[in-house]
Structure formats: C-alpha cells, structure tokens
Design a protein around this ligand. Structure first.
Ligand code: SF4
Length: 500
C-alpha cells in the first residue's frame, strides 16, 4: 500500500481519478514539472524562509530528514518539548504528512499546528486546495500518531502590507486561528480519507471517474486524453467560454456530438460561439472591414506598440511593494512615427537589483508623444502595471494618467469579432492570432513564456551572479521575447491595414 500524502489527498478531493494517476503513474509525461511550476514552488520556499523568522517560531528545531527513519529524532524532540519543530514528517495508517511547524504550548500542554501558505488570504471555501481540509488532514494524522494537538493556524501573506525599507516579517504575515473550522471539518475529512485510501489503492486504473467531458477545456487536467481517447483534440469543449454555459455543452456531449461541424442548432449560442462554429464549418473567415477600419482610423500617429514584462514575487523585494505586486522589469516599444513610415524599436531591461519603476516612468514619459496611440494586446495588463507606478510615485501621476489614456487594445478587433478565422479556434491571444496570420513567425526559438521572464530576470540576471556569458545569453533571450511580442503586433496591424 502506497502512503497517501497531504497533497495527494487534496488532489483527490479535486479529482479522484487524477490523484490515482499521480500515485500509480507518477512518471507520466503529463506530470512533468514545468519551469513555471518550479518557480512557483521556489516562491513557496521563500515564503517559508520568511515565516521561519516569525517570533512565534523562535527556537524552532528543523528536521532535515524526510524519511520515516527520522521518527526517532522527532519523538525525541516531542518528548523534550522543544519550543517548535519545523518540517517533521509523520506516517500512520497509510497516510503521510510533513507539517510546517508544531509549536509547544506550555499552558495547554499541547502542540499547536501552523501551516504556512503563500497566498494573500485564507481559503476556506470548500473549493480546490481548501486550507481547512489541509489542516484537518494533518490534525487527523497527528492525532492518530498519538499527539495532542491544540490550536490550528493558517499563516498567510498579508495583502495590506506594504514593504518599507526593510522587510517586516511580523507585518508580512497574518496568523489566522482556524481551530474551530478544523474541528467542525474533522469528521467529514476522516471519512474522506478512508474513501481516498480505498480508491487510490486500487491496483487497476478505475474505469470511470473522469467527468470532465461535461466541462469546458479549461477544466480538463493533463490526463483527460487518457480517460477520453474518443474526444478529438479540438472539440466542442473548445468552443469559446462554453464552460460558463455548461447546459449547452452537456447537451452536445450527451448527443454524442464532439466535432464542431456536427453542432446544428446553435441559435442560442453567443455570437462569438456561433462565429467560431460557423468559421469552422464553412472554412471561411469572418472579416468586418468597416468595423476594423473604424478602429484603425481612431488610432493617431505616432503609434507605439507596447508590452511589459514583470516580476511579481510573493515576498515584496522593494520598498513600496506588496505581495505579488508587479515590478515592471522590462518593456518593448515598436514605434511608427507616421503612416507607412519605418518601424523603430526601443526597449528597456532593468539590470540592477533595484526598483525600476522610476526609470520606466521617466522613459515612457519622454518617449511617448502625447499625440500618439499606445497599442497593447490585452491592455488592462499594461494599464494596471503603469497605474501602479503612479500609486508608488505620485509625482509621475500626470504623465502616467496621460499615457494610460492613450492606450488602446489591438486585441479588441479580434475579441469584438471583427476578424474571426477558423484556425483561431475561438481564441484571441496574440499567439493564437500570430500562428494563423503570421505562419512564418514563431516563439519556438525562445525558451521562455511570459510568466517565466520575471523569474529569469530575478534568478539569473540581477540576483544570482551567473557567469557573465550565461547572464548575457539570458539578457538577450528575454529582450528578444518582449521584442517579439511588440513586433508581432506591428505585423498584425499591417495585415489589418492591408485588408480594409
Ligand atoms: S479531466 Fe477532469 S475528471 Fe478527468 S481526470 Fe482530469 S480533472 Fe479528473
């Protein structure tokens, strides 16, 4: 019998079948940990390292070994009633946990349990990765082990905290007493644990249990294809926002309709959904030239094709930032001064371990002519990051308000359905549009995604002292990545101009 860890149990609560695959076939390609996932995990470690400095954990003893053989060492620490134990592992009745902190409470003569989370709030909504289920699972294992557990706490990041010159760890965290909620949930969790043990220890793959064929694509996990080989890679599950109207999808699936061209009565579908299906069936593009022309006519030269890359660390690294607040580490601008004029490129990548906000605000203010239009793809991101600079640096508010007012979203042409292509497959991301309209362009030569760039910047460029040649290579790659985003916009803009 394989022991069931806390993370596997929490995965079981989300989807039993996926948890079964993770236990029995952990080497599946589908479970490979991506570069982004690794970085998210590394952020979790940074949060824990900060939590170790909290007064409540003063004098803690770290248990380095993860093995069961450490239990003698842990039993000794428990018997000695040390102030706190960090990361002790316990295994009992086919379950295994590694707690964050056990703190000895000399008044109650019990161990208080603390779980550190890198989130900005406590999750107690019974949804995926509910923190109360997490604590309840640990409490049950600890009590079965024979420990007397007192209070149970979730330690999460404080979203109100704004870093000063120095990081104040006592202010960085909120310590939330969740004892009552855990006690109320224990009986349910205990029953779920026994069910999980029976289900997950089946030697053969459970036949049923994958019901995501009734939900939109965003709900499907990596192993969906293994459970539903009959469903094509592009199916009715990919209809734009079908997940928000599940009745329509259920009806299609129950009638055995998986291919878009088999969907007949689509009159009650939304316009984007109908367009996607029609474009797929007829293999014809939908191009509303007049609407595209109206939008393009409203842009004024100079045109600025603009994109930021950001780093949003869990623990704020600079004064004036909160947890997960975006640091504008880089931007790219392609500039067309006048109609049919040449394209000029300008970019900025901050190379020091300091806050780039002021440099970025100054540069943008100087470069962007008040008469021009600033084009972004998904402009709410660029507007949000830019506005946050003004919140930290009020003296730049006028220029930032002006630049935000000049921003327009090039994506609107696609999301407002003025240009629909069957091969967009209902998507309007820059990559989806580029793949169709600019088939010779690709991101394949760039090893990172947008969410990786911030981590590369932090780990390999400003922080860790890489070999100079390696650092130069990373600088080159992330500059190219940002440049590509804005150059793709230029090319899409040119195509749009050529068809109106
Ligand atoms: S696709 Fe959905 S139901 Fe199927 S295994 Fe994955 S999460 Fe579970």
């Amino acid at each position: 019998m394989k022991p069931i860890s806390k993370s596997l149990f929490l995965q079981y609560l989300i989807c039993p079948k996926d948890a079964w695959f993770r236990l029995h076939q952990p080497d599946l390609e589908e479970f490979n940990v991506s570069f982004s996932d690794q970085n998210v995990m590394a952020q979790g470690n940074v949060v824990e390292d900060c939590a170790k400095k909290l007064k409540i954990f003063s004098g803690f003893v770290e248990v380095k070994s993860r093995a069961f053989s450490a239990s003698k060492e842990i039993d000794k620490l428990i018997a000695e009633e040390v102030p706190a134990i960090y990361q002790p592992t316990f295994s009992v009745d086919g379950f295994i946990i590694r707690c964050d902190f056990l703190v000895w409470n000399a008044k109650t003569k019990k161990w208080d349990l603390y779980e550190v989370k890198g989130t900005n709030s406590k999750k107690d909504d019974d949804g995926p990765r509910d923190h109360i289920s997490d604590l309840a699972f640990q409490t049950i294992v600890l009590e079965r082990y024979g420990l007397s557990i007192g209070s149970k706490y979730i330690v999460h990041l404080n979203k109100e905290y704004v870093r000063g010159k120095e990081l104040d760890v006592e202010e960085l965290f909120v310590i939330n007493d969740s004892t009552e909620q855990v006690e109320l949930k224990k009986a349910t969790t205990d029953a779920q644990m026994e069910k999980a043990k029976a289900y997950l220890n089946q030697e053969d793959e459970p036949k049923d249990g994958c019901n995501c064929h009734l939900l939109g694509r965003s709900n499907h996990c990596e192993t969906f294809k293994k459970s539903h080989p009959e469903i094509p890679d592009y199916s009715v599950h990919d209809i734009s926002r079908i997940g928000s109207t599940p009745d329509k999808l259920i009806q299609l699936v129950k009638n055995g309709i998986y291919h878009l061209h088999e969907a007949e009565d689509i009159s009650d579908f939304t316009i984007p959904q109908q367009n996607q299906i029609q474009a797929h069936k007829t293999k014809k593009e939908i191009i509303v030239r007049e609407e595209i022309a109206n939008i393009l006519d409203n842009y004024t030269y100079p045109l600025y094709f603009f994109d930021y890359e950001t780093f949003a660390p869990a623990v704020p690294i600079y004064e004036g930032f909160s947890s997960y607040q975006r640091i504008p580490i880089q931007f790219s601008l392609h500039i067309i001064e006048k109609m049919a004029g040449p394209v000029r490129h300008l970019d900025y990548l901050h190379l020091e371990n300091t806050d780039p906000s002021e440099t970025v605000a100054k540069m943008l203010g100087e470069v962007i002519d008040p008469k021009g239009t600033v084009l972004a793809w998904n402009v709410s991101f660029e507007k949000g990051v830019t506005s946050e600079i003004a919140e930290r640096l009020p003296k730049y508010e006028p220029v930032i308000t002006r630049i935000c007012g000049q921003m327009r979203d090039l994506r609107d042409i696609f999301s407002q359905q003025h240009y629909v292509h069957k091969d967009f497959k209902g998507k309007t991301s820059i990559e989806a549009v580029m793949n169709v309209l600019l088939p010779d362009m690709t991101y394949d030569h760039l090893p990172y995604t947008g969410s990786d760039v911030g981590f590369v910047w932090w780990n390999d460029i400003v922080n860790q002292g890489k070999e100079p040649s390696e650092r130069e290579e990373k600088i080159h790659l992330i500059r190219e990545y940002c440049k590509q985003d804005t150059f793709v916009m230029v090319e899409i803009f040119r195509i749009l101009n050529s068809i109106i």
